[in-house]
Design a protein around this ligand. Structure first.
Ligand code: HEM
Length: 182
């Protein structure tokens, strides 16, 4: 994954728990890079996993919850650094559909070798968008946090269901975004 993901994780921990806690996490995880991250450089996916596991143990927060909260933090970063990807859309569903067909394609042009997931979509009725997430990194909880933050941005009341999950042996995750009363 790109260094930008790691610098954002460090920033989130430092903002909420202080620099000393991030240092403790690095000491525990012992990442091969030494914990110095350059935004555009590439780091092993395992390095992110080991940092999340160490942070989860030290902070007493389950890893999926930590990753979900990280999604909210990343949303703020994306909003500041790539506002046009968000402001191009006036509703949540159009934005979410553009993540795979526009945003992550542009990300891959900007950052060659970027590690973005694959999303397929199904819209069975006007109030419900199903996102099928596939990625060897199994960061579905990051998607959950990002989708929640996007819904807040578009001022859209929604429920997010996650009935099928890669962490329970499936080859994909199903993220069901239901607006209003469905
Ligand atoms: C609700 C909206 C979004 C969702 C659900 C989403 C989902 C994800 C997930 C889950 C990953 C982790 C990699 C993986 O799972 O394989 C990822 C990576 C990434 N996404 Fe998105 N994303 C969203 C919006 C955005 C936006 C608005 C940007 C702005 C440019 C963006 C840029 C990136 C970048 C830079 C990476 C890291 C690539 C790397 O480390 O190599 N995403 N996205």
């Amino acid at each position: 994954m790109k260094g930008v993901v790691f610098t954002n994780l460090a920033e989130m921990v430092e903002e909420n728990h202080g620099l000393a806690t991030w240092q403790n996490i690095l000491d525990k995880a012992q990442p091969p890079s030494g914990g110095v991250y350059v935004a555009t450089a590439q780091y092993a996916d395992e390095e992110l996993v080991s940092l999340v596991v160490a942070a989860s143990e030290l902070l007493g927060v389950p890893a999926p919850e930590l990753i979900r909260l990280f999604g909210h933090h990343l949303w703020q970063f994306f909003g500041k650094n790539y506002p046009q990807f968000i402001s191009d859309h006036d509703n949540l569903f159009d934005f979410l559909v553009s993540v795979d067909s526009v945003i992550h394609i542009e990300v891959n042009k900007l950052y060659p070798n970027a590690s973005t997931p694959d999303f397929k979509y199904s819209k069975d009725n006007p109030n419900e968008l199903v996102m099928f997430y596939r990625s060897p990194r199994k960061l579905c909880h990051l998607s959950v946090g990002l989708i929640e933050a996007a819904a807040e941005h578009f001022k859209t009341d929604m429920t997010l269901e996650h009935p099928v999950c890669m962490h329970e042996g499936s080859d994909h995750c199903e993220l069901r975004v239901i607006i209003g009363n469905g």
